[in-house]
Each structure stands twice: as structure tokens, then as C-alpha cells.
Design a protein around this ligand. Sequence first.
Ligand code: GCO
Ligand code: MG
Length: 403
Amino acid sequence: MPKITGAKVIVTCPGRNFVTLKIETADGVHGIGDATLNGRELSVVSYLNDHVIPCLIGRDAHQIEDIWQFLYRGAYWRRGPVTMSAIAAVDTALWDIKAKIAGLPLYQLLGGASRTGVMVYGHANGSTVDETIAEALRYQAMGYKAIRLQSGVPGLPSTYGVSKDKLFYEPADAALPTENVWSSAKYLPTVPKLFEAAREALGWDIHLLHDAHHRLTPIEAARLGKDLEPYRPFWIEDVTPAENQASFRLIRQHTTTPLAVGEVFNSIWDAKQLIDEQLIDYIRTTIVHAGGISHLRRIAHLAEINNVRTGFHGATDLSPACMGAALHFDLWVPNFGIQEYMRHTPETDEVFPHAYTFADGYLHPGEAPGHGVDIDEDLAARYPYRPASLPVNRLEDGSMYNW
Ligand code: GCO
Ligand code: MG
């Protein structure tokens, strides 16, 4: 058996913070898994070091399911983002090891390729509609088949999804949370204008997406969905916080615009009603925040029998190790929908050498054994951790709101 002889947590900040778990076996094979939880990085580091790693040493790295059950069922305090990110890191690293020992790319162990490439969407954003459209045209020229559109809202000093650096979006912009101002009344009329302009400039042979980032009430979300119907969006995302899963019934009754949810979910239980009742079209839960490949596979199977497809979160705060693993999953999963792809900075790409490649709107995980992503520890050590928090939102009267 490939006995686990060591495991360590590597924290690095090549532009933003990443937490990586590296597991080593007696015969010299190692695997890595992403454990990054944006703005809460060190909590996962402590959970791994204090409660997980000591339980791994000496175990058989091939027993992925048993180790998963040990870490999930064995912990009396189950679930939550910190615990599930730590479990995900272990699970991803073990799948990496198993595939390396088999000498196969990970997607082969899951069941083989179901498609030739993974359709991804890029992020076009700007402070005005015109600026966003100019960006979208740039993405279209780069070969993207799907583009997410986010633009500034007149009357609001800053808006979610509008970045300073264009290709790289990093919302965790200060050590302590920055305070932003939000108004749904100002936001709601701008999105249909953006989509109207986009269809005019980009045509109809391209998928358009939008993220409302948890900011609407269910009835406002229903209104947004209706107003966008003429422009046939691929999806609208996180229109309302999904803590109350039943509230999606109301949105569903009012609009045929497809709905995507789940980047903040940690387990199948967060999504169960949404999927069982077919209240959404795409599940965005991702490998690093929802217990790894082993747990995501359960969610994907439940989704498959309920006509829900995958559309995994792929923001820059998920490391290349998560992206690599996600791409193997995407290449295999029968009910694949789309994969988000926010590019990492060149510094990050250097710290995490990877086998995945982008061409003509599609990513491919590559044929390297394992998930195809590694970490250059010497380089990683040159970028020490920097505290960074996600912003918070207040309404114009000062009330706290969802960011
Ligand atoms: C997305 C997300 C991100 C999140 C970020 C938080 O759709 O990509 O909403 O932009 O805000 O991942 O850490
Ligand atoms: Mg989102």
C-alpha cells in the first residue's frame, strides 16, 4: 500500500493568498490539493495542521473513500466551509496520488472523457456599459464561446465584479473589509441595458452570463430574470442568497431565464432542495469548498437525475490545483454545463506549474498523470502570506447588506 508518510500545508501569496496541502507517500509519490478559503485562509491551515494531518500519517493513500468518511463522519462538528475545504484538500491530493500511481490522467479514473474540451466563460467588465462591451469584444476575439458581463451601476461608487486590472479580478482588496454601498433600485435597470448592447455588439452566437452576487430579494430576482429573457442569457447567478432554498420556487414561477447557484455551498445538503425540486439549472459548488472530488461526484449525480448541470466556480481565489482537478471532473461528468475561468496572474501560474491549456474557448486538463498541477515550493516561499478580506456591503441608508 502507498503509506502516507507526511503531509504539509504551504501558504503562499503570489498576488493573492493560496493554501495548498501536499501529501507524501513512502514510495515517493506526492499529491496536492487546494485548501484556499478567501479571507479565511489561516483558519483552514489551522484545521489541517491541528486536526487533520495528525490523523493521516500511516494510512493507506489508496483508501480515499474511507479517509473521506473518517474526516466527515468522524468529526462530530460536521460541514461548514473550513472543515469542508480541509477535507477537499485531502481528497484532491489523494486522487492526485492514485492517478499518478496508476500512470493515468485523473479523468480516466473517473470514467474517461465525455467530451473533447471544457467550455469556459471569461469575465468582461467595465465601469460603464460601453467599457464592458469593449472588453467583451476582446474576449470574443480571444476565442471565448461564453462571456460573463458585469458593469458599473450609475450612482454607485463601486460594484461587484468590476475590476481595476481587467483580466484579473481580486475582490479581497484590504486587510480589513472595505465598505461598499448597494442599491438594487439603481442596479436593476442597468443589466437589461447591458445585455441589449451586448447582443447588438456581439451577436447571438455567443453565451452571455451575469452574476447578481446574492443581492436581490426573490421578487426582484424574478423581475431581473423576466427583463433579461429577450436576450437569452446562458444563466443569471446567485440572484438571491440561497440559505432559504424554498425562495427559489418564487423566482422559478416567474422566469424562464436559467438560474445558477452554489459557489458558497459546502455540501449536498445546501443544494438538496434546489436540485430535488429542479429549482435551478446549474450547480456551481466547487471542489475546494465542497469536500473534494468524492463529494462533488455525489452532488453531480443527484443533479444529473434532476436535469441540473454543472457550472463550477473558477474565480482567481481558487488555486490552479483546484482548477486542474475541476477540469478533469468537467471532462468526465456527464451533465457538464460550463466552467468559470478567471485567469491567474503570471506569478501564480509560475508557482503552480500545470498541464491544463486554453484554446479557442475551451480548457483541457492535459494528459499528465494525476490532476496535472504541482507546486514549486521554493518559489512559493518567496511570497509570504498577506492578510486580505472580502468587502462588506451597506445600503444607502447605512444598513448592513449582503456582499
Ligand atoms: C464568481 C464569484 C467570485 C467571488 C469570490 C469570493 O462568480 O466568480 O462570485 O467573484 O466573489 O470567489 O471569494
Ligand atoms: Mg459568483
